[in-house]
Design a protein around this ligand. Structure first.
Ligand code: NAD
Length: 329
C-alpha cells in the first residue's frame, strides 16, 4: 500500500469543512485533525467529520506533515508562516495572500524549508474545463462573467481578490504572454470596497481578456467565452457544460457542419463550422484539487497551481484593483 500523509485543516468555516470532509476520504491522506480559532465551530466540525479538534494550531502542527489553510485571506500569511517555519507543506485557499509582498515572502520561505505551496484556484479542476484538455487553447479574445448574490463571507477583500481572481488565474493559464495594459473600473454597492468590477487586459502578444465580476447579483453566473483562429469555446462552470465550434476547410459540404461559407480558402476548400459538446465527467473539483495536493506532497504529481501561479494571479488582481481605485478617486 502506498504511503499516507498525515494532514490537518486550519479554519473550518464555510469552505474548510468541505476540505476536512474530502481529506477524510482521500486514500493517500490521513486526516489527523482540525483547528479553528472559533472553538464552537471546531467542535461542531470535528463531530461532523469524525476527526480530532486541536485547541491550538501548534498542537495540530506537531502531528501532521501537511495542511490545508482555509482561514480568511487576511490571515493567510500569518497562518502559512507558522506552518512553513515548522517544515510543513501548505495548501492555501485563494487568493494566496492579500499582498504580492506577502506572497513572495511565503514562496521564498517555502523554498528555504523545502516544502510545497499549492493555491486553491479550484476552477482549474472544473470538469467542464477538463473536458477540453485535448484542445490547444490559445485565445485571442476572452470574455468572462462571474456573478454571485451578496454574502458577508469573502468581503474582507474586494471583489477582484474574492471572485475575479478565479478568472484571472484561468486567463493567465491560457495566455502565456506578459500583461501589457489594464483598463478597469468598478463600484461599491454593499461594502466599503469594490463589489462590481470590469477589467480589460491587453497582453504583449495582442490577446485581450474582458472580465466582469459582481458579488451583488441576483443569480449566480460563471461563464467564459474564448475565441481564437478557427476555434470558439464556451464553458459554463456552474452548469458543467462546454461547447466547441471549430472552423475547418472541406472540399465537399459535410452534413455534420452547422454552417458552410461560400468562401474558399487558400487550399480551395469551403470553410465549414462544426459543433461539439464534449462529455463532462461528474467529478468534484475540490476533491480533485485536494488529491492533486496530496499526490504533490507524496512526490507523485506537481501542484496544478503552485505558489508562483497564485502570486501571478494576485499581482494582476491587485493591478486591476489599483486601476479601479484610481478611477474612483
Ligand atoms: P469562513 O469565514 O466561513 O471560515 C473561515 C474560518 O476560519 C472560520 O471558522 C474562522 O473561525 C476561522 N479562522 C479565522 N482566523 C483563523 C486563524 N487565525 N486560525 C484558525 N482559524 C481561523 O470563510 P470561508 O468562506 O470558508 O473562506 C475561507 C478562505 O477560503 C478564504 O481565503 C476564501 O477566499 C477562500 N474561499 C475559496 C473558495 C473557492 O472557490 N476556492 C470559495 C470560498 C472561499
Amino acid at each position: 500500500m502506498s504511503r499516507q500523509i498525515n494532514i490537518g485543516v486550519v479554519g473550518v468555516g464555510h469552505l474548510g469543512v468541505h476540505h476536512a470532509s474530502h481529506l477524510s476520504k482521500i486514500k493517500n491522506a490521513n486526516l489527523v485533525g482540525i483547528h479553528d480559532s472559533d472553538p464552537e465551530r471546531a467542535e461542531e466540525v470535528s463531530k461532523k467529520v469524525g476527526t480530532e479538534s486541536f485547541d491550538t494550531m501548534g498542537e495540530l502542527l506537531e502531528n501532521v506533515e501537511a495542511l490545508s489553510i482555509v482561514t480568511p485571506t487576511s490571515t493567510h500569511r500569518a497562518v502559512a508562516d507558522e506552518c512553513i517555519k515548522q517544515g510543513k507543506h501548505v495548501f492555501i485557499e485563494k487568493p494566496i495572500t492579500s499582498s504580492v509582498a506577502d506572497a513572495e515572502y511565503l514562496i521564498d520561505l517555502a523554498k528555504d524549508h523545502g516544502v510545497i505551496i499549492q493555491v486553491g484556484h479550484i476552477e482549474r479542476f472544473n470538469p467542464a474545463l477538463l473536458a477540453l484538455s485535448n484542445l490547444e487553447i490559445e485565445p485571442k479574445y476572452i470574455e468572462v462573467h462571474r456573478m454571485a448574490p451578496f454574502m458577508s463571507r469573502g468581503t474582507d477583500v474586494p471583489v477582484v481578490l474574492d471572485l475575479m481572481i478565479h478568472d484571472i488565474d484561468l486567463i493567465l493559464s491560457f495566455i502565456s504572454s506578459p500583461v501589457k495594459e489594464i483598463y478597469a473600473n468598478g463600484v461599491s454597492i454593499m461594502t466599503s470596497s469594490v463589489d462590481i468590477a470590469n477589467a480589460r487586459i491587453k497582453f504583449e502578444n495582442g490577446s485581450i481578456a474582458n472580465i466582469t465580476s459582481s458579488r451583488v447579483a441576483k443569480d449566480r453566473v460563471r461563464k467564459i467565452k474564448m475565441f481564437q483562429q478557427d476555434l470558439y469555446v464556451t464553458i459554463d462552470f456552474l452548469a458543467g457544460i462546454s461547447e466547441v465550434y471549430k472552423a475547418m476547410g472541406a472540399t465537399q459540404n459535410d452534413p455534420d457542419a452547422i454552417m458552410s461559407a461560400p468562401l474558399v480558402d487558400s487550399e480551395g476548400k469551403h470553410r465549414q463550422i462544426f459543433y461539439e459538446k464534449p462529455v463532462v465527467k461528474k467529478t468534484d473539483a475540490l476533491k480533485a484539487e485536494l488529491k492533486n495536493y496530496v499526490n504533490a506532497v507524496l512526490g507523485k504529481e506537481v501542484p496544478m497551481v503552485d505558489g508562483f501561479a497564485g502570486k501571478q494571479a494576485l499581482d494582476v488582481a491587485i493591478k486591476i484593483h489599483d486601476k479601479i481605485l484610481e478611477d474612483l478617486r
